[in-house]
Design a binder for this molecule. Sequence first.
Ligand code: XMP
Length: 521
Amino acid sequence: MKIAEKMDEEYYLAADKFFAANRPVGLTFDDISLSTRYSEFLPSETKLVTRLSDQVELQVPIISADMDTVTEGRMAIEMALMGGLGLIHYNLSKDQQLKEVEKVKYHVHGLIQEPIKVKPNEKIGDVIEMIERRNFSFRTFPVVDDDDKLVGMLEGRVVQARYKDTLVSDAMKGRDQLIAIKEKELKDDPIKVADQFFNEHIGINKLLVVNEKDQLRGLFTLTDIGRIINEEQSFIRPARDADFRLLCGAAISTDRNADGSLNKEAIISHVGSLVDRGLDVVAVSTAHGFSKGVGEAVRLVRGEFPDLTIIAGNVTSAEGVAFLADAGVNAVKVGQGPGSICTTRIVAGVGIPQMTALYVASKAAEAKGVKILADGGISKSGDIVKALTLADAVICGGILAGCREAPGRIIEINGKSYKQYRGMGSLEAMADGSAARYGHKQQDVNRKATAEGVEALKEVSGPVQKVVLNLIGGLRSGLGYLGADDLTSLKARARYIRVSPAGQQESKTHDVIEVKSEGKR
Ligand code: XMP
């Protein structure tokens, strides 16, 4: 072997050698770094598709946590539009949870039912004035007459100050040059029809919808159907089911009868209602997944719903993974105590640093043919890259809790905006319904239960799209550095090094005063 190869092989170890060499020390994200490798791919060429089961494929391996300050319908819609998945929490009434799932499954994204229109007798200058006044980010408008009949399309390239005195009717593309689709042709599946249209008409990025009288009824834009959102024009596809609806997940609680036994009827009936609404993934979320009750609940749901994708957890041992796999899950949540709001390790003295937990879990998952999800402790995109060298997707709470689409009010303190973010094991959240997740009876929350999570605030971080795009950008860079064009190759090519405390310091920015700029996004 050549000296260069030998050096790398001896110092930058593959997972099996690396974690064995560090035994019995538990390692987490900041304890390690990945070595860069020969690459033939640009970050923009990398593929981020992952699978949770035969039925559920995500375009991006990021899942929003089933927490009551993170995921309800709005967050789940945005996560699916960005190619990921949202798990709707269960700290709400069963009916309300069904409604949140409905919002996602019946969300018709892309169809703008009230598009902004202009009239043929307006001047381009008036249109520019409207764009500036209403702060529109787009410059292309359908043109309609007084009866709302489609007469043309004003394209962005002519909406310029130098044409300000030109009439819209003189600058627009005429009706005879436009392709419009009849409302009734959209049938039950508008997105599918629009998607097919854009696939067949490369170069056209707007699809007009008209009624029988040729009156404008709506507008699809390609950027909303499949989003072209970064400079390299990399295409982010929404995560959809076989019927083209957005994917949606939801957590369920392991309801119990007064005698402590599982309330099978309640669980089956609620999961049945969720499935009727089109739910794709059910999560049996608890703090201790390697337990009799969770095993029973998974077996019950698997028995009744053989094709439903089931996630359960949380565990940090290989035996825990094997146990849940045998009970019938498709994917196991791994993580006990790494979460930003978690106090489980402090309160109960248990839990395993996340990278070691993921490694141990990944060996059992591989043997059992199930997936693993890295749940908790992700605070930057580099953590996602590291987690995905062992896991199939990551679950994020804190990093998304400051987003506009997360539930909860915005609070202002000293001129800064914050959103509430709380652990599902905090007293407040347990009182609202999540006690069972931490092994407590609902009525005991205020008397006996010790909190395993805190109530906190997150600085408001803008829309999910912006936050997830940044994470995706970092993830793609990571793949690029490792010479991996997809997530399978990332796992195969990962080589690890342990980082000393001084190395951790070196990894962060140091000896500078940082200046924040808005940048392009
Ligand atoms: P991050 O780090 O993304 O973690 O904010 C989110 C994950 O943390 C878990 N979780 C908790 N763990 N006490 C805990 O020990 C809690 O109160 C709590 N609430 C949430 C959960 O796995 C989530 O996805």
